[in-house]
Design a binder for this molecule. Structure first.
Ligand SMILES: Nc1nc2c(ncn2[C@@H]2O[C@H](COP(=O)(O)OP(=O)(O)OP(=O)(O)O)[C@@H](O)[C@H]2O)c(=O)[nH]1
Ligand SMILES: [Mg+2]
Length: 310
C-alpha cells in the first residue's frame, strides 16, 4: 500500500482546527477520510493512575520494533489543556517523543465545545486516514464518557490494577461489555490473584454473550513485562476484527454517528428555533402571560416535527 503521510506539523494544525472550528474541520475531514482495513485503533482505558500511559509507552516500543508507525491521542476530560500540554502523559511517553514515526497528542476539555467524544472521533478518524499503522487512544476512567470515546477504537484494552479497592463488580457494566482485552497491570503488587479471580468470574458469567472471549494479560508496564503477551492478544483481536468487520464495527459506528448527530443538532437547534424570529416571539408570549413554557415546549415539538416532514 502506498502511504500518503501528513507531516506532523500539518496534523497538529488540523487537530487545532478540529478543536477550534468544527465546521471548517468537518469539511476538511470529509475530504481526507479514509478507512484502511489494516489500520488498528487501540483504545486504552482504566482508572486514573492504572499505568495506561506507561503501558502505552511500552506498546509504542513494541510497534516500533515491528517497524510500525504509531499515532497516540491521550484524552483527559478532567484537564482543560489541549495541544500536548498534559504533562504526566507527555513524560510517561517521552521515550518516543523524538521519534519522527511517532505522533503524540493530548486532548483536554478546552475547545472541544461539541463534546470531547466528538472531537476525539475527529482526531482519531484523521489519524486513521493519515497513513499510520496503528493509532492508540488513551482515556482516563471507566464511565459513560469513556465508553462513548472508545466507540472509535477497534480494540479496547481495559487496564486494572490490584488492590485499588474498587472491585471489578463495581465497574460500570458498559465498560466490561466493551473491553476486548483485560490487563492486570502492576502485577508486581499484592492482590493480583484476587483481581484475576474477579475478572475470570465476570467473564465466566457472561461467557454466552461473547463471540470473542476477552483474554486477561498480566503486565508490569514500568519494567516492560508481559507486553509481548499483550501485543499477541492485540494482534489476534485485530485479525478477529478484520474477519468480522461488519458485525464488530456496526454498533461502534452507530454509537459514533449518534454522538455526532446529537452534537450537530445541538449546535444548530437555536439557529433553527430562531428562524423567522420564532424564539423571541415565544419569549414575548411567556412574558406577556399569553402562553406558559410548557405550551411553548409543545409548540416547539410540533414545529420540529413539521420541519421533519417538510
Ligand atoms: N509498581 C508499578 N508501578 C507502575 C506500573 N505501571 C505504572 N506504574 C506507575 O504508576 C504511576 C501511574 O502511571 P501512569 O502511566 O501515569 O498511569 P495512567 O493510568 O496513565 O495515569 P492517568 O493518565 O493519570 O490516569 C506511575 O508512577 C508509574 O510509574 C507497574 O506495572 N508497576
Ligand atoms: Mg495517563
Amino acid at each position: 500500500m502506498t502511504k500518503k503521510k501528513l507531516d506532523h506539523r500539518a496534523l497538529a494544525r488540523l487537530i487545532s482546527e478540529i478543536e477550534n472550528d468544527r465546521d471548517a474541520a468537518e469539511k476538511t475531514l470529509a475530504k481526507l477520510y479514509r478507512d484502511p482495513e489494516n489500520v488498528q485503533v487501540i483504545g486504552i482505558t482504566g482508572p486514573p493512575g492504572a499505568g495506561k500511559s506507561t503501558l502505552t509507552d511500552s506498546i509504542i516500543g513494541k510497534l516500533r520494533e515491528a517497524g510500525k508507525t504509531v499515532a497516540v491521542v491521550a484524552v483527559d476530560p478532567s484537564s482543560p489543556f489541549t495541544g500536548g500540554a498534559i504533562l504526566g502523559d507527555r513524560i510517561r511517553m517521552s521515550t518516543h517523543a523524538n521519534d519522527p514515526q511517532v505522533f503524540i497528542r493530548s486532548m483536554g476539555s478546552r475547545g472541544s465545545l461539541g463534546g470531547l467524544a466528538h472531537a476525539t472521533f475527529d482526531v482519531v478518524n484523521l489519524l486513521r486516514s493519515s497513513g499510520f499503522d496503528a493509532v492508540i487512544v488513551e482515556t482516563v476512567g471507566v464511565g459513560q464518557s469513556e465508553i462513548d470515546v472508545l466507540a472509535v477504537a477497534d480494540t479496547v484494552v481495559l487496564t486494572l490494577v490490584p488492590g485499588l479497592g474498587d472491585d471489578v463488580q463495581a465497574l460500570k457494566a458498559g465498560i466490561m461489555e466493551i473491553a476486548d482485552i483485560f490487563v492486570v497491570n502492576k502485577a508486581d503488587r499484592d492482590g493480583k490473584e484476587r483481581l484475576l479471580a474477579e475478572i475470570r468470574m465476570i467473564l465466566e458469567l457472561n461467557r454466552d454473550r461473547f463471540d470473542w472471549v476477552p483474554p486477561i494479560c498480566e503486565t508490569v508496564a514500568t519494567e516492560h513485562r508481559g507486553i509481548d503477551g499483550l501485543m499477541e492478544q492485540v494482534t489476534l483481536h485485530g485479525a478477529y476484527v478484520r474477519e468480522h468487520r461488519d458485525a464488530v464495527r456496526r454498533p461502534k459506528l452507530a454509537r459514533q454517528i449518534e454522538k455526532m448527530a446529537a452534537d450537530k443538532i445541538g449546535r444548530n437547534i437555536l439557529a433553527i428555533l430562531n428562524e423567522g424570529g420564532k424564539f423571541p416571539a415565544w419569549m414575548d408570549a411567556i412574558i406577556a402571560g399569553t402562553k406558559n413554557p410548557y405550551q411553548i415546549t409543545q409548540e416547539i415539538g410540533n414545529y420540529i416535527s413539521v420541519r421533519k416532514e417538510a
